[in-house]
Design a protein around this ligand. Structure first.
Ligand SMILES: [Zn+2]
Ligand SMILES: [Zn+2]
Length: 226
């Protein structure tokens, strides 16, 4: 058992955003999460004034992407609790919050987590996107396939500038050997610029996947520096 998971057992559970003893996210912090109201861009899931198939924020060929909440208010703390504090149980909460606002993909769609590079995966001990995908699989009844690998390790994207991020993500992923899923939804914790998702979608399509969608817990608003 790792120190982190040992602490999970010893310490009483508390809200990851405000520290209130009890649930992983208290009622007040759940209420403070900022929803992304419809209508959404049919490509990237951005809230838009009128429904459009694609918008200026769209990257790559992804259809019907959705995110549950804006990356604001308590959302960054919930993500950090999973990624930085290694509270693995947070993945189930993030999946529950996603499933509360995003309907399950059609039958036949496979959930594909955005992979971590081996160094980051070793350092953290797990891939948060895989944990979220597995929890979503329980919510939605859709299978998970680790169909992608990261062939080039990027810097932590939080804090990197948008242009640098787009460069880092380009060509960083490849499909695993074997039959690719016919239809897939990429799963990640946070959509920043969409460059990572676009690169993953490109790798899946190159391997033969037809339709590629995506679902993330939170969306960084366009033009904001994280
Ligand atoms: Zn709270
Ligand atoms: Zn869009």
């Amino acid at each position: 058992m790792s120190i982190a998971s040992l602490l999970d057992v010893i310490l009483p559970p508390a809200c990851a955003a405000c520290g209130l003893p009890g649930a992983a996210a208290c009622a007040a912090c759940r209420d403070a999460l900022e929803p992304l109201p419809p209508p959404w861009c049919g490509g990237c899931g951005a809230p838009v004034p009128v429904p459009v198939p694609r918008c200026a924020a769209c990257r790559g060929r992804i259809a019907g992407a959705r995110q549950a909440v804006a990356y604001s208010g308590p959302a960054p703390a919930l993500v950090a609790a999973l990624k930085d504090d290694r509270r693995r149980g947070m993945a189930a909460l993030l999946a529950e919050l996603i499933a509360a606002s995003v309907p399950a993909p059609p039958p036949g769609v496979v959930l594909v987590p955005v992979p971590l590079g081996p160094c980051r995966a070793r350092a953290r001990g797990f891939n948060q996107s895989l944990l979220i995908a597995r929890a979503l699989s329980r919510e939605w009844g859709r299978p998970v396939a680790e169909a992608l690998v990261r062939v080039r390790e990027g810097a932590d994207q939080r804090g990197a500038r948008a242009t640098a991020r787009a460069r880092q993500a380009s060509g960083a992923f490849a499909a695993r050997a074997g039959a690719p899923p016919a239809a897939a939804w990429l799963v990640d914790d946070v959509r920043t610029t969409g460059a990572t998702l676009a690169d993953c979608a490109r790798a899946l399509r190159a391997a033969g996947t037809g339709a590629v969608g995506a679902v993330c817990f939170a969306r960084v608003p366009e033009g904001s520096a994280r």
